[in-house]
Design a protein around this ligand. Structure first.
Ligand SMILES: [Zn+2]
Length: 403
């Protein structure tokens, strides 16, 4: 499991001690009843922290738990995310379960991948498709009128919770859209391949299904596990065909892959995972078409990059028998992945799928180094040196970073 990066001095040692006590209690719980006891108390304390408008205590707690109780650390992350993305809201004597969801879209383009405001015509159409393909019957839901780049997602826990709270209220009130002010959002970096997010919230009477795959399906009584998997797969395919049709006009000159809408954090992690092979396909397609060379003429160099722990793999592409790095991509660890995960295997499979057969895994590892001038990550060459990736000159008129 990756260790959190931010480590600051504690703001409130008492609050942190209490959060740690509850997380450890939950991790050691011996029954569902006891789980609920700890979860409820932890939820209340985390919620109080989110309302202070400061993430310091939560981050320090994570940092300390990582060292003393890895299971408690995992439980605590899960509890923070649950508190941020879902809640229960009472309005006019009705009680609603509410959830902030995200719809990830993987995209790549030689030009640029758009972000920013989305027209009412498109959000209206998306609403129809979401209701048709993904959401359970009779849910209330709201969508932001904005296509977010990763840089534009709220930074940190309390800001994410703030956005979720606005979306929940809008969903319960039956408002179709939540307006985002583009001036308050960060600039979008330009990459060959990147992820975009549509964000919304769904509200249902307490205990009712939110998504179609939760609804009662008679067939599921036969073999629940395999049916459930194929049910979700079927919903994904329907959503992709319907949703991509609606989104196409938003993404001129882009190749798209629409992912399944899900709870905010789960959708985010899924997108981070799937974006890695996706960006590899994009990079190799780009190299092949721009340099008019087959993937089989390329040699991929894979190396570990560490800070305190293994953070990511960087993969370079060179012409076979040559040393100059043409391109590089970063394959970052996601969620609970660590040095014991089968990441290198996944990278090799993705390379093979792209037609790159010749690969070398370097035996040594490197520290996370970047170019002093442009900030781009440095990549390994076949001789085991860390260098700047430089695409042949004629292409440099439109510099694009890959990741
Ligand atoms: Zn540079």
């Amino acid at each position: 499991m990756k260790k959190p990066h931010i480590s600051r001095r504690a703001k409130s040692p008492r609050a942190i001690k209490e959060l740690i006590r509850l997380a450890i209690g939950l991790a050691a719980s011996g029954s569902r009843t006891e789980d609920i006891f700890w979860e409820d108390q932890l939820g209340i304390k985390i919620n109080a922290q989110l309302r202070t408008g400061d993430d310091q205590n939560l981050e320090t707690t994570l940092d300390q738990l990582y060292d003393i109780d890895p299971v408690g650390y995992g439980e605590f992350i899960y509890a923070i995310e649950a508190e941020i993305e879902c809640s229960v809201i009472t309005k006019e004597n009705s009680v609603y379960d509410v959830l902030m969801f995200a719809i990830p879209i993987l995209a790549w383009s030689r030009f640029s991948i758009p972000s920013g405001p989305v027209s009412k015509a498109i959000t209206d159409n998306l609403r129809i498709k979401l209701q048709l393909c993904v959401l359970a019957k009779d849910v209330k839901f709201t969508l932001t009128d904005y296509l977010f780049s990763p840089d534009q997602l709220p930074r940190g826990y309390h800001l994410t919770h703030e956005l979720a709270s606005k979306l929940w209220m809008a969903a319960v009130a039956g408002e179709e859209n939540l307006h985002m002010n583009p001036r308050q959002l960060a600039e979008t970096g330009r990459f060959l391949s990147d992820t975009r997010y549509l964000i919304g919230a769904v509200a249902v009477p307490q205990g009712k299904p939110m998504f179609r795959w939760q609804e009662n399906n008679k067939a599921s009584q036969i073999d629940s596990s395999s049916i459930e998997k194929s049910l979700k797969q079927g919903i994904l395919h329907l959503w992709q065909s319907q949703g991509e049709e609606t989104l196409r006009s938003l993404f001129p000159g882009c190749t798209l892959e629409l992912l399944l809408p899900d709870g905010f954090f789960s959708a985010w992690r899924m997108a981070d995972r799937l974006a890695r092979p996706y960006s590899m396909h994009a990079a190799i397609d780009f190299i092949q078409s721009t340099l008019n060379t087959p993937a089989s003429a390329l040699h991929a160099i894979i190396a570990e990059f560490r800070d305190q722990w293994l953070e990511e793999y960087r993969i370079s592409f060179v012409f076979k028998g040559r040393n100059d790095v043409l391109y590089g991509i970063v394959w970052a660890l996601v969620g609970e992945e660590n040095e014991n995960s089968d990441t290198v295997e996944q990278i090799k499979i993705a390379l093979q799928e792209c037609g790159v057969i010749h690969t070398t895994l370097l035996g040594n590892h490197f520290s996370l180094e970047y170019c002093d001038e442009c900030g781009a990550p440095l990549f390994p060459n076949p001789e085991g040196e860390i260098v700047h990736a430089d695409f042949p000159e004629e292409i440099e008129k439109s510099p694009i970073h890959l990741h």
